[in-house]
Ligand binder design. Structure first.
Ligand SMILES: [Zn+2]
Length: 241
């Protein structure tokens, strides 16, 4: 192989952010940068990293999107990144971080007793603005992967509550001093619906811990029989003797 041929074979084309206007993001592999179409997900060879080639793909394969603005392709790229999540590598690490961030935000919203909607109405859009100013557009786009909708926050708070409940029930069950005390009180909520609230006190690693045990709707009335049946059913379900 001549020197000229060798240098031709090793020369690689580099991806440019400007190629997003033709609908292409970078999908580098061990052979160098490679353009990936955000519309059909096709990955072209490194040699195709030229405006002419990329434009040709856009006009030929997606004529309906050829006149779209760069914002349209940016959104497609974000969607594509979200789909890519779940596979191995950096993307799955980012997904795990996004899920963790979503739980952290939900936890803090629950602790401060703020409406769940503050996450999607204030926290996320403001965070994107701050990160874009400080770190750049690319980093700001990553924040879009964090799911902070009203329903998501509610689900995460439910998950966290269920996890805390599971943890202390297992602590009670595995305690070296398997005795505990409980306290219950019946009340009605703002809709006059009868509810039962319970607390548990138990020994964990030499110290006394106290947790909220249950918050149950009493289906009909707050008579002794209703309270007994609710508590009895709950203790049986959790395996507490
Ligand atoms: Zn395509």
């Amino acid at each position: 192989m001549t020197k000229k041929m060798a240098s031709k074979n090793t020369r690689k084309r580099a991806y440019s952010e400007a190629f997003l206007q033709y609908g292409f993001v970078n999908m580098p592999d061990c052979f160098g940068d490679r353009p990936k179409c955000v519309l059909c997900c096709k990955v072209l060879i490194n040699e195709s990293l030229k405006p002419g080639k990329l434009k040709e793909h856009l006009m030929k394969c997606h004529p309906g999107s050829a006149s779209q603005s760069i914002k349209f392709f940016q959104q497609k790229a974000i969607n594509l990144q979200a789909v890519k999540f779940g596979k191995t590598g950096l993307a799955s690490q980012q997904l795990a971080a996004a899920v963790e961030a979503s739980y952290e935000v939900a936890y803090r919203i629950a602790k401060t007793q703020k409406p769940h909607t503050v996450a999607e109405e204030l926290i996320l859009p403001f965070s994107i603005i701050m990160v874009e100013k400080l770190c750049g557009l690319h980093q700001a786009k990553i924040l879009s992967a964090i799911s902070l909708s009203n329903n998501t926050i509610r689900r995460k708070i439910d998950d966290l509550a269920a996890d805390i409940h599971e943890q202390f029930i297992s602590e009670v069950l595995s305690s070296s001093y398997p005795k505990f005390s409980m306290q219950f009180d019946k009340s009605t909520d703002i809709a006059s619906w009868p509810t039962l609230i319970g607390f548990i006190r138990y020994v964990r690693e030499g110290s006394i811990k106290e947790e909220m045990l249950l918050y149950e709707d009493l289906s009909t009335t707050t008579k002794c029989a209703d309270i007994f049946n609710t508590v009895d059913g709950f203790l049986r379900k959790e395996g507490l003797d």
